[in-house]
Design a protein around this ligand. Structure first.
Ligand SMILES: C[S@@+](CC[C@H](N)C(=O)[O-])C[C@H]1O[C@@H](n2cnc3c(N)ncnc32)[C@H](O)[C@@H]1O
Length: 674
């Protein structure tokens, strides 16, 4: 591909940049190797002749050893210059520019190497595991809304920024929402399967011309195989991970996808305003892929290109390109900024570029939950083994069935935990102090809450958080009626995305309450992340009462999840009933058998739905084929011991102040202190 350069070229070019921009500023400077100027000059017209970009790969000389020797000599000369001291102002800026330029080429090096390797029939892996400069972030659902108003964008800070990020200036924004997370491969597959690459009405005219001319049917590096899609990565060709953010899509594709989704791409001003004002509300802002914006790459009002040769760095490209914001997994640490303007031509795809959708106005919370359910259903059914999060059990009927489960003879956890709570709550409540705030995660019917409320009569506020709005609203009403002096502030939401309690809760000590061993439904990583974010949200002095079920004989455990009356089976199948109603799917719930098994290796009970015959289920135009006997994993319920709870709590910044065990069948309550 003409845009991709060999690694050796990048190595030489970044040193050449220091030589021409800084060292050669002295009139008496003698170049290290004048003949290399034309090889390593990228696009600077003022700096003489150069090899065309597409021909760089044809240069077999200089050898790697000669390039490294050139680099070493430039490094040596730069060290001397730095020891002498740089002039403040332009020279100092050019030095910082040189460092930032080198960081840009570190990412380009990896992009170009991936492209090169994708062209080889051997599809070599450059690494065993793709290298990254920051950790993978937990995914996040929903939208973040912003009011209209005047905002300021552009580099406001005095620290380094490219000339194209300045000057900071005012922009008026209309109300908009920005997706909390990036578009995922599963969403992209849905777009493809809905004819995304075959429907001209979704595309800009130039984009559609590309689709036809280059025969696009999927993102760059994707290939359809027997078992699904695969993608070329830095670790070789791998199956497409439905839950990973989509990458290697052009602006044209991003724009068509947004149109198909009934949404749009954000402007760069919207992106920057959102990232400045509420960065915590988003996932993967700068750590996965650069995000296409709907903004053309143009000068900001009052833009002045850097004086001298570096004037050609950015300004001359301000036509026919689009801006990308954020940063990628391969962007060097500390390189990206909230005002950073990356830019590429709208058809280019070899960059680590993806999508974060935007929409006009506010996106309804119900819409969020519906979108998340749909997305997770597609992801869950596309993955092997197939799985769904247990949080989708709890529509109104699911919450009702759960309450019925708590009264079953086999289901010991609720009874045992309530009895234990009655025993420990009076003692633990003495630690709460005046005007404390009780924040309950997954509060359901708020029945156990009453035991805490009786023990702690001086609580100021109760903040129940639950994903099931029907269960939450009804429970909050009952608690309000029975405890008139208590502020009841229900929050419909996902406890995996905890937010600080509302201001009306006041400033008393915050007490987290997470009973029912619901923590056992989360993966160990998600459980640790939840406890960490609870530690942060509840703050210094916070307490956390955590209920866990304990390891015990598999017979007792399995019976608790597979009762004789079949209530748990109905609860499990209700997930399919809900999917049919809310997503228009066509599951035949009666064709699925409820299965509960003890997985000793992972210390967890697993619930599955097993297809009793082969079948095809549909979600819109997507079809999922399930073979006879294939299962959908719907819930894991991890069982703990004291040591496991201690490790989990301490890793999240809590210490274990007490661990009390009920009578058999045993459950435990842990008191964690911040
Ligand atoms: C096992 S029940 C426990 C209910 C109650 N806390 C108890 O101990 O009996 C789980 C509760 O958590 C809620 N829930 C499950 N996943 C959730 C999530 N991700 N965010 C918020 N609530 C969730 C369900 O709606 C349900 O009310």
């Amino acid at each position: 591909m003409p845009e991709a350069s060999p690694g050796k070229w990048h190595l030489g070019h970044v040193s050449w940049f220091f030589e021409t921009m800084i060292l050669a500023r002295r009139m008496d400077y003698v170049p290290v190797a004048p003949e290399l100027n034309a090889v390593f000059n990228s696009y600077y017209e003022a700096l003489g002749a150069r090899v065309e970009r597409g021909d760089r790969g044809l240069m077999t000389r200089p050898s790697l050893a000669a390039v490294m020797a050139y680099r070493e000599e430039i490094d040596r000369r730069m060290e001397v210059r730095l020891t002498e001291g740089l002039e403040e102002g332009l020279e100092r800026y050019l030095f910082d520019l040189g460092l930032n330029h080198e960081q840009q080429h570190q990412e380009l090096f990896v992009m170009d190497m991936l492209n090169l390797m994708s062209r080889s029939p051997l599809e070599p892996a450059a690494y065993d595991v793709e290298p990254r400069t920051s950790a993978v972030q937990a995914r996040r659902d929903g939208w973040v809304g912003f009011e209209s108003g005047l905002t300021e964008i552009g580099a406001q800070e005095r620290s380094f920024a490219f000339d194209n990020e300045r000057p900071a200036h005012k922009v008026w924004l209309e109300p908009f929402s920005l997706a909390a997370d990036l578009t995922r491969n599963a969403d992209w597959i849905a777009f493809m399967e809905d004819g995304g690459y075959r429907r001209p009405e979704l595309w800009l005219s130039d984009g559609w011309a590309r689709v036809k001319a280059e025969d696009w049917t999927a993102p760059l590096y994707w290939r359809e195989e027997e078992g699904g899609w695969s993608v070329m990565t830095l670790a070789g060709r791998r199956p497409v991970d439905p839950s990973a953010p989509v990458r290697h899509v052009s602006f044209y594709e991003a724009d068509a996808f947004a149109r198909w989704s009934g949404r749009r791409l954000p402007t760069e001003a919207e992106w920057e305003h959102a990232a400045r004002s509420d960065p915590e509300a988003f996932a993967n802002l700068t750590s996965e892929v650069w995000q296409w914006t709907a903004s053309a790459y143009a000068p900001y009002p009052g833009f002045i290109p850097t004086e001298g040769t570096a004037a050609e760095y950015n300004g001359k490209f301000m036509a026919n390109q689009m801006v990308l914001r954020g940063g990628a997994f391969a962007t060097p640490e500390g390189h990206a900024r909230v005002s950073y303007r990356n830019f590429y031509y709208p058809h280019q795809r070899w960059m680590f570029a993806g999508v974060r959708l935007a929409a006009d106005g506010a996106q309804a919370a119900d819409g969020d939950a519906h979108d998340a359910f749909r997305r997770e259903m597609i992801e869950g059914l596309s993955h092997r083994p197939r799985s769904l999060s247990p949080k989708w059990f709890y529509d109104a009927e699911g919450s009702r069935l759960f309450e019925e489960i708590t009264r079953l003879p086999e289901y010991y956890p609720t009874r045992q935990e309530a009895a234990l709570l009655r025993r420990v709550a009076p003692e633990w409540a003495k630690r709460f102090g005046p005007a404390a705030v009780l924040v309950e995660l997954g509060s359901g019917a708020s029945e156990k809450t009453r035991i805490v409320l009786e023990a702690a009569s001086n609580l100021a506020a109760y903040v129940p958080i639950d994903i099931s709005s029907t269960a939450l609203t009804a429970a909050a009403e009952r608690i309000r009626a029975d405890y008139p002096g208590l502020k009841v502030l229900p929050v419909v939401g996902d406890f995996e995305h905890l937010r600080p309690p509302p201001d009306e809760a006041g400033g008393g000590r915050r007490i987290g309450f997470f009973p029912g061993s619901t923590i056992g439904n989360l993966t160990p990583e998600a459980a640790a992340a939840l406890l960490r974010s609870a530690r942060e949200v509840l703050g210094e002095g916070g307490l956390f009462i955590l209920g866990v079920d304990l390891v015990k004989s598999p017979e007792v455990l399995v019976a608790a999840y597979d009762d004789a009356q079949g209530v748990t089976a109905a609860f499990n199948r209700n997930l399919l009933v809900r999917a049919n109603r809310e997503l228009g799917m066509d599951f035949a719930p009666e064709a699925f058998e409820h299965v509960a098994v003890w997985n000793a290796g992972r210390s967890r009970i697993e619930m599955h739905l097993r297809a009793s015959r082969s079948m095809t289920v549909h979600l819109d135009k997507l079809a999922f084929h399930l073979g006879q006997g294939e299962t959908i994993h719907t819930e894991s319920s991890r069982k703990f011991d004291e040591a496991a709870v201690k490790v989990l709590a301490e890793a999240a910044g809590w210490s274990l102040a007490a661990f009390e065990i009920s009578e058999a069948p045993s459950v435990a309550l842990a008191l964690l202190v911040a």
